[in-house]
Design a binder for this molecule. Structure first.
Ligand code: HEC
Ligand code: HEC
Length: 304
């Protein structure tokens, strides 16, 4: 019975991949300024530019990123400026919400989870609307997006239907009853907008986040440490230490975050102090999980 239900879900998902004929057009009224301002903060915290801007090559903002190298091939985050030909300038808010919440493109095609939609799906309608309003106000660029360069069978987008049935559940994240409003706010920001797990959790062989070992670190790309109390360094951080880290990138030892965490902090520093505190409270509450063992090194030839 279970298997038949899954098969039916896959079939309907396959059929539905072609049920949208294209973007339905941006509104003619200008975006609300307050909404766009909130969206700018969310875009920073969600690090859209980290993938969608080729910062190393000083490429135009949000007009397409450098290769994201994975075991499945190279992914390129496309142009998400409001350019009508090369960006999302003809997308309605519903088209945009379909991408963020359901991981589907303008024609209903399945997007790859190299785009962290499995985290963004948890965002509220209001936050998705604010992001959309912000993108409408950001400078446009006519830079064409690069085609994805992914290995077979992952190059066949409709096959993502199977992946989605196995690993993807769409919908806004519901608050956990019995937890404080602050804890729930921290969980919301960590799980959805700032998508900590996309870097800090291990993944299975098909690239899906291993939530049972959530936040225990990832030894593959993007490499990131265990941030549960299973990591002695992090266990020693107080809530205030974590707040400082999310604000300035500095650890209690005076070290600064490097690599991708430095980029994340450029976003979290723009959040309100209350939001950073909420994230810290949530991270402090994570159960201790053992760090994933480092990958065995290639065998070294015995010295002769
Ligand atoms: C970790 C990298 C990464 C981050 C962070 C990221 N994206 Fe993306 N995004 C991608 C990739 C890769 C694709 C292309 C997926 C595909 O082609 O299947 C994509 C696709 C999209 C699309 C669909 C565009 C289209 O033409 O189909 C939208 C919309 C989008 N991203 C918006 C955002 C927003 C808004 C943010 C920030 C809140 C964001 N992304 C953050 C990697 C990222
Ligand atoms: C784009 C990937 C990425 C995302 C998203 C991300 N991190 Fe990180 N994080 C890293 C990397 C990489 C490091 C290691 C940085 C270093 O060692 O300089 C790190 C380091 C840390 C550390 C320091 C650990 C230590 O041993 O001192 C903490 C705490 C942390 N991250 C918390 C978070 C939280 C909380 C979130 C979400 C709100 C988050 N990170 C989102 C990649 C990421």
């Amino acid at each position: 019975m279970k298997i038949r239900l899954t098969a039916a879900a896959v079939l309907s998902a396959l059929l539905c991949a072609s049920c949208v004929s294209g973007p339905s057009g941006a509104p003619s009224t200008p975006p609300d300024a307050a909404s766009a301002a909130r969206g700018a903060v969310l875009a920073a915290a969600g690090d859209c530019r980290g993938c969608h801007t080729d910062t190393k090559a000083k490429g135009p903002e949000l007009a397409g990123g450098a290769a994201i190298k994975t075991g499945f091939g190279n992914f390129y985050a496309p142009n998400i400026t409001f350019d009508k030909d090369h960006g999302i300038g003809t997308w309605s808010e519903a088209d945009f919400a379909r991408a963020m919440r359901h991981g589907k493109g303008a024609h209903g095609e399945y997007l790859y989870p190299a785009f962290p939609y499995p985290s963004f799906t948890g965002m509220t309608d209001g936050d998705i609307g604010d992001l959309y309003a912000y993108l409408r106000t950001a400078p446009t660029s006519a830079q064409p997006s690069k085609a994805q360069d992914v290995k077979f069978p992952f190059s066949v987008r409709p096959l993502m239907a199977f992946w989605r049935v196995l690993f993807f559940r769409s919908g806004a994240l519901a608050p956990v009853a019995g937890q404080s409003a602050e804890w729930n706010r921290g969980r919301y920001l960590s799980e959805t907008v700032v998508h900590c797990q996309e870097c800090h959790s291990p993944r299975n062989l098909l690239g899906a986040i291993d939530k049972a070992n959530g936040y225990s670190g990832n030894v593959d790309e993007p490499k990131a440490p265990n941030i549960t109390p299973g990591n002695k360094t992090v266990a020693a951080y107080t809530v205030d230490n974590l707040v400082d880290l999310l604000d300035t990138g500095m650890t209690p030892d005076g070290d600064y975050m490097g690599g991708e965490m430095a980029t994340v902090v450029e976003g979290t520093t723009k959040l309100s102090a209350a939001d950073r505190h909420a994230i810290a409270v949530y991270v402090k509450s994570l159960p201790a999980r053992a760090s994933k063992p480092a990958k065995p090194k290639a065998p070294v030839k015995a010295a002769s």
